[in-house]
Design a protein around this ligand. Structure first.
Ligand code: ADP
Ligand code: MG
Length: 398
């Protein structure tokens, strides 16, 4: 699933209105009937204007005609949802232009974007459900009983959860990206100028980096949280160069943690398993990569548990619920993430471009004009100024 923003500038105000109407209609309809689109879009030009926009949107793959339907209808594609989210970010001045893709996970796309001042930021687009839909039977069964727009729903939950935690962690002074904005299944955050630990072959002092990472993990625990995917892909390492008065240079490594949709509370029924898994993941990596083995055993869950909320430390594990998540939403997201873990063998290649296309939704391809391989930054604004001032933007569907 590639994000190609080129068609964005060519969409007219009416097209955006119709796209928004399809999104609104999808809240209650798996396939949004054309008359409903007409009703929701309320275009001055009436039905013929809507039909023109529908063709324009379908042509660039933002909505897709559903053929087997009993009635004539359309559904929003991932591309359509991407455009709506970008449109919101652009109108709120969080994003001005979209540049290179810097990461492709199985469940996300990571793009560099720029705001109006030219400052580079990161756009993370959650894409839950894009593999699981087709490959895992249990998933299909699970999804059959779910809201038809599960991929949209789950991806939005992942973004909401990640954004809520990023905010809470940032406020507590944790080294995480600065959260900037969230819309639908996407978040905008600061760009960390650093490599993932995975790409670092040597460090001057593995023991000290290891100690920093373990102490971060324990600090999270004291706030009631377990990262849940604390691995070499999700830890970025900044190099801070300092020069002493005598002119000698030294480099200090500073870890930054990312990727929070799977975070769990220290109160979770499987908390100990998640905690140990995070600890062991770091240990295993340090042994393999840096031939470093800590002299002390642990840290252990039972000790960490005692520190939760101690001495007035703010508990952050309720953060997500406080931000409007219902228990059902948490359960849905957790189930989806568990399924994703079930087919994680491809993790090693997760950040490579090569296997990306396997995960495309087939149906989306038919109308889109694919041109291969270029994720070029064109530096062009996403929207023409006229569109931004028309106030046609809607808030998030709730
Ligand atoms: P996923 O959920 O797909 O694993 P991540 O949030 O872990 O997504 O991001 C995937 C990759 O993108 C990371 O390993 C990292 O290389 C890069 N990345 C993500 N966020 C940032 C950021 N804020 N700054 C720099 N690089 C980032
Ligand atoms: Mg990750």
């Amino acid at each position: 699933m590639k994000l190609d923003t080129r068609a964005m500038r060519h969409l007219a105000a009416e097209d955006w209105r119709v796209l928004t109407a399809v999104e609104q209609g999808s809240r209650n309809h798996e396939i949004v009937p054309t008359p409903l689109i007409e009703k929701l879009a309320r275009l001055r030009g009436g039905a013929s204007g809507v039909h023109k926009s529908i063709s324009a949107l379908a042509k660039v793959g933002l909505i897709a005609r559903v053929k087997e339907a009993k009635y004539d209808g359309y559904r929003l594609t991932y591309g359509g949802l991407d455009y709506l989210a970008l449109h919101t970010h652009a109108s709120r001045k969080a994003v001005y232009s979209v540049g290179n893709r810097i990461g492709v996970g199985k469940e996300s796309d990571i793009m560099v974007v720029a705001d109006h001042s030219g400052k580079q930021c990161v756009l993370k687009i959650h894409r839950l459900g894009r593999i699981s839909f087709r490959t895992v039977k249990s998933n299909r069964d699970y999804l059959k009983n779910r809201n038809a727009q599960s991929w949209m729903y789950l991806s939005r939950l992942a973004a909401m959860k990640e954004y809520a935690f990023m905010n809470a962690l940032h406020e507590e002074g944790f080294p995480v990206p600065v959260p900037i904005a969230q819309s639908r299944h996407t978040i905008v955050m600061s760009l960390i100028d650093a490599f993932p630990l995975r790409q670092i072959s040597e460090v001057p002092d593995p023991a000290s980096l290891y100690a920093d990472l373990i102490s971060l993990l324990l600090r999270l625990a004291s706030h009631g949280l377990i990262h849940g995917d604390y691995n070499e892909f999700n830890i970025l390492v900044k190099e801070i160069k300092t020069k002493a008065e005598d002119g000698t240079e030294s480099v200090k490594l500073e870890p930054v943690i990312i990727d929070f949709p799977q975070m769990v509370s220290m109160e979770h029924v499987n908390a100990e398993m998640y905690f140990d898994r995070d600890v062991n993941c770091i240990k295993r990596f340090f042994t393999r990569r840096f031939h470093f083995t800590p002299t002390q055993p642990g840290p252990f869950f039972k000790d960490a548990k005692k520190t939760v909320g101690k001495g007035g430390i703010k508990r952050l594990d309720a953060t997500v619920e406080a931000s409007g998540f219902t228990k059902k939403m948490l359960k849905d997201l957790e189930a989806a993430i568990k399924d994703k873990e079930g087919d994680k063998e491809g993790q090693e290649g997760a950040n490579d471009d090569e296997d990306d296309d396997e995960y495309d939704e087939d149906e989306d391809d038919e109308d889109s004009e694919e041109d291969d391989g270029d994720d070029e930054a064109d530096g062009q604004p996403l929207l023409s100024d006229g569109l931004l001032s028309e106030g046609l933007l809607q808030d998030e569907p709730s």
